[in-house]
Design a protein around this ligand. Structure first.
Ligand code: 1CP
Length: 348
């Protein structure tokens, strides 16, 4: 029997919809914090396959999520290309900013294959465990691999970390378009290598996180969000026609329809700001939607959570839909609220 998430990604409306949550492995779980405490840092955790596989499975075992998402980070790709990467404790990623042609020339696509070996081992370990659980009749879980979309990855590489505005990135994309494109081309090639390797290691679906898509003007969105994602989708479809791809153009707003048709993704993940019924009207009916509960409703719990979840379920009933958040789960989330949400969806 085909797994529920794969049926939905194939264009089928399934009721009640399958569910998983972005950042479902992480600091809100005590069992994650216990594993994290055994490591010297976040990248240590990402590159120790036994531990990374363990934290990938934690939310699946605890809540019965329909998907396991590989535990890694979108910034593993710049790191694999040779850019230095540190996760400052309690802050975010820190990288030496890429601003010149020499900086771009120093990035080495041929390093990627070797550098990602531990991540691929995590994929293999998780796939073996979910196959074992399916064979024992415990649950059917879909393994989702992922990467950042080239534009969002470029944001962190150029800015040197997180930012509210990504002013250097937008200045380079508008003012030095050839330089910006040269960086994008390297990231696109590396991402195709990285995602292909994840499929060969056992990923059953893929997700492209474009968290900063919404900061671009329409012309640049077409080029660097839709165009870059379309190149990756086309290449992966050619190599792996049966592996569906979910795109997450966060804050893509009025561009969602064009994104769906222009990239060729099998599902569009919608963010918290999107009205589900409007998003559904913009996206062709065979393309699945994923989302889009406000992570803060999950923090609040109780009636507020139940009402928000019910309105999303109702709005997307009859469409191929994977229930999820509109952005990543927050560390202060009470795990009991997650359990209540899953129970509500399962009994819808
Ligand atoms: O343990 C810790 O303290 C580190 C916190 C953490 C975690 C748990 C980071 C640092 N990354 C992750 C895991 C992660 N990141 C996953 C794992 C699988 C899962 O979903 O359970 C995934 C898919 C990501 C994706 C990711 N990383 C995105 C895209 C989605 C989004 O949230 O917008 C982005 C933008 C990142 C960058 C990143 N990594 C970590 C932080 C704190 C950040 C954000 C930096 C910033 O912009 O402020």
């Amino acid at each position: 029997m085909t797994k529920t998430i794969l049926r939905v990604l194939n264009g089928e409306a399934v009721w009640p919809p399958p569910v998983w949550l972005m950042r479902q492995a992480g600091r809100f779980l005590p069992e994650y914090r216990a594993v994290r405490a055994q490591t010297t840092g976040f990248m240590d955790l990402c590159t120790r396959p036994d531990l990374a596989a363990e934290v990938t499975m934690q939310p699946v075992r605890r809540f019965g999520m329909d998907a396991a998402i590989l535990f890694s980070d979108i910034l593993v790709l710049p790191w694999a290309l040779g850019q230095k990467l540190e996760f400052a404790e309690g802050e975010g990623p820190v990288l030496p900013p890429i601003r010149t042609a020499d900086d771009i020339a120093a990035l080495d696509v041929s390093r990627v294959r070797g550098a990602i070996a531990p991540i691929l081992e995590t994929v293999r370990l998780v796939r073996a465990e979910i196959d074992q659980r399916a064979a024992e009749g415990i649950a059917e879980t879909t393994l989702i691999g992922f990467a950042g979309s080239p534009f969002t990855v470029a944001c962190y590489m150029i800015e040197g970390g997180g930012s509210k505005e990504f002013a250097h990135v937008r200045a380079m994309a508008h003012g030095q378009p050839e330089l910006f494109q040269a960086l994008m081309d390297k990231i696109i090639q590396a991402t195709i290598t990285y995602l292909s390797a994840q499929v060969l290691a056992g990923a059953e679906a893929l997700m492209l996180f474009d968290s900063w898509a919404g900061i671009l003007s329409p012309g640049l969105f077409r080029k660097h969000v839709i165009g870059a994602s379309a190149q990756i989708v086309a290449k992966l479809r050619e190599r792996f026609p049966r592996t569906p791809i979910i795109g997450f153009p966060r804050l893509g707003g009025m561009m969602l329809g064009e994104y769906a048709t222009g990239t060729g993704v099998q599902a569009v993940a919608i963010d918290t700001s999107a009205e589900p019924s409007v998003a559904a009207s913009m996206i062709p009916p065979h393309v699945a939607l994923q989302g889009n509960l406000d992570p803060l409703a999950l923090v609040a719990g109780g009636d507020a959570l139940a009402a928000e979840a019910a309105s999303i379920l109702n709005a997307l009933k009859g469409r191929p839909h994977i229930f999820n958040l509109g952005h990543g789960i927050l560390p202060q989330t009470n795990p009991d609220h997650v359990a209540a949400l899953i129970a509500q969806i399962r009994s819808a």
